[in-house]
Ligand binder design. Structure first.
Ligand code: FAD
Ligand code: NAP
Length: 541
């Protein structure tokens, strides 16, 4: 049950560290915990490594952070040997990278695949978690690193008649491994977030007809993706360590920063060219041109204006463009999508947009989707309907701390954490890239490395001091959560009905979940806590 060579420190345990998830965070946790001499067991619901990139195999899936940044930094040789072929790698290439890492560092041998952690309860006397797997086995571990993803619990929308559809039904977040063809088919897609926006242009190329069911339009900026030629690759390699240093010192985990000047001190001509350059950087980076872009409505309005003109310049039909331009949120306060030909797709004769705000879905039938004004007959229906983000995965596991409260109960009024990493009442449990951490607002691979390293540091500290348990103090978690809240409230982010706010899940507490102070500021906060002997945590045996 334990790793190949290492036995747990305590014979009553199956392992020192149990890692949940074999995405980028889990793989790194297994690697790093093993390197410190811990015995490690990994549990993964899928049948192989990759996490997000294992499940989201839909056509057009790519990263929206450049691959040279969206990759591990912990091993210089890995960084040197793996050659990214494009600026934004495709899902198959990113999955191949995850597999390469698993092979190279022999990580699969620690995992039980096709297994799900269903529940876990903490035995205070033994200072250990008893972990219940969905198929019946139990494991005991001193520590749990929960690396089960912030965007790993897809939403199946509660639309009347969803099970009646007789055609092919697919979810972008559970896309099958077998090749899916659209040739000659009438395809419908529900959802116009980043996933829907990435796959629609590809489906439209071969489908007989593509019907896009849009409830809310989203801002999307072209990826300007391209191949990475050898000379550029050589330059990247020569400056990689500096690039990584800048990434860890940045707001978003990649070496891109805002222009530090006040926008109003810049004349209109220069402003326009800065917006143009920001647009050409591609995708989410358009949200980060000026410091106050997502804080001050007047600055945001200029960015919105610019984006709107770009969309209008592409979409030939003016009323269609009206429907495709968001009017309900400040640009950047929902994640800007990164597309390759999304708005162009609506110039095709075989593509129809159904504006669900005017013509809502009444039901799904055997034949397709019936909206208030029309029946849309379909051969295939695709759901790109998002995730119960940030809290949905951990609250679906029945974690019970010594007090007997579940995580779902503890977070009923919104997640409360210390640095995003630990939750009062749940000792020896680390949550990776969860609420209260920069999480989805930063390059998540570097975020996961930082989290795991910090968590392992706290474990070592606990053991070195002769303790077996550590837990976040309630007052410290309250203070951190209030801080996370306060900085979010100073921005326009809290005004958007986004999944960052939990607004995409009925009944979920509306609160801005990630820490928006920036990656570098967060690292400083973590380091300060460590420097003060892990202030805000309580140790016990
Ligand atoms: P995941 O990759 O989600 O892995 C978690 C794993 O845990 C999954 O394999 C899941 O099966 C498993 N699991 C969950 N619950 C259990 C359980 N109870 N028991 C056992 N196993 C369990 N981020 C970026 O920074 N840049 C990007 O470009 C980017 N693109 C994205 C594109 C898509 C389509 C999506 C959905 C997300 C994207 N993200 C991106 C966010 C992405 O989720 C993270 O970058 C990163 O891959 C997350 O890694 P992880 O290991 O934390 O979680
Ligand atoms: P999402 O952004 O939450 O989008 C879900 C879409 O489904 C929204 O358009 C939503 O409409 C719609 N929807 C949900 N339920 C519906 C219903 N019942 N009827 C009609 N429409 C419904 O999810 P996502 O596109 O999967 O993206 C989630 C996140 O994953 C992204 O923000 C990003 O962080 C990451 N991601 C990144 C990339 C990338 O480019 N690398 C690609 C995919 C995902 P409403 O907005 O009206 O609710």
């Amino acid at each position: 049950m334990t790793g190949p060579n290492i036995s747990p420190n305590d014979n009553s345990l199956d392992c020192d560290v149990l890692v949940v998830g074999a995405g980028f965070a889990g793989l790194y946790a297994v690697y790093a915990a093993r390197r410190l001499g811990h015995s490690v067991v990994g549990i993964e619901a899928g049948d192989d490594v990759g996490g997000t990139w294992y499940w989201n195999r839909y056509p057009g899936a790519r990263c929206d952070v450049e691959s040279i940044d969206y990759s591990y930094s912990f091993d210089a040789e890995l960084q040197r040997d793996w050659r990214w072929t494009e600026r934004y790698a495709t899902q198959p290439e990113i999955l191949a990278y995850a597999r390469h890492v698993a092979d190279r560092f022999k990580l699969r041998r620690h995992y039980r695949f096709n297994e799900r952690v269903a529940a876990a309860s903490f035995d205070e006397a033994a200072a250990a978690w008893t972990v219940q797997l969905a198929k019946g086995d139990r494991l005991r571990a001193r520590w749990i690193i929960f690396a089960a993803g912030s965007l790993s619990t897809p939403i199946r929308p509660d639309i009347s008649g969803i099970d009646d559809f007789a055609g092919e039904m697919l979810f972008t977040a559970r896309w099958p491994e077998e090749r899916v063809t659209f040739d000659g088919k009438r395809v419908g897609i529900i959802g116009t977030g980043a996933s829907g926006i990435q796959c629609a242009p590809i489906i439209a190329q071969t489908a007989a007809k593509l019907t896009v069911f849009q409830r809310s339009p989203n801002y999307s900026v072209p990826a300007f993706n391209r191949a990475l030629p050898d000379d550029e690759w050589a330059e990247i390699q020569a400056s990689y360590s500096e690039r990584r240093r800048q990434s860890f010192a940045s707001g978003g985990g990649s070496p891109h920063e805002v222009d530090p000047r006040e926008i109003w001190d810049i004349d209109e001509g220069e402003r326009a060219s800065l917006f143009e350059n920001g647009w050409k950087k591609g995708g989410v980076l358009f949200a980060k041109i000026f410091p106050k872009q997502t804080m001050d409505e007047r600055v945001n309005a200029l960015a919105r204006d610019f984006a709107e003109k770009k969309i209008r310049a592409i979409v030939r039909d003016e009323s269609l463009a009206d429907d495709l331009i968001p009017t309900d949120h400040a640009i950047g306060t929902k994640r800007i999508c990164t597309d390759s030909g999304y708005f162009e797709t609506f110039n095709r004769d075989n593509v129809e947009l159904v504006n669900l705000r005017r013509d809502p879905i009444i039901e799904i039938t055997e034949r397709g989707v019936r909206t208030r004004n029309a029946s849309h007959d379909l051969d295939m229906l695709i759901f790109a309907t998002g995730f119960d983000a940030m809290t949905g995965t951990i609250t679906r596991v029945d974690f019970r701390g010594p007090g007997g409260q579940s995580m779902a109960e503890a977070w009923a009024d919104g997640p409360k954490t210390m640095l995003g990493l630990m939750v009062p009442g749940f000792p020896n449990l680390f949550n990776i890239t969860g609420p209260g951490s920069p999480s989805v607002l930063t390059n998540m691979i570097l975020g996961a490395e930082q989290h795991v390293n910090w968590a392992l540091g706290l474990m070592s500290h606990t053991q070195q001091k002769g303790y077996t348990m550590v837990e976040a103090r309630r007052d410290a978690a309250d203070a951190w959560t209030a801080h996370v809240d306060a900085i979010a409230s100073a921005t326009l982010f809290t005004q958007a009905k986004s999944w960052y706010m939990g607004a995409n899940v009925d009944g979920k507490k509306r609160t801005f979940m990630p820490y928006i102070g920036g990656f570098a500021a967060y690292i400083r906060e973590c380091e300060a806590v460590r420097a003060e002997g892990y202030k805000g945590f309580v140790f016990a045996s």
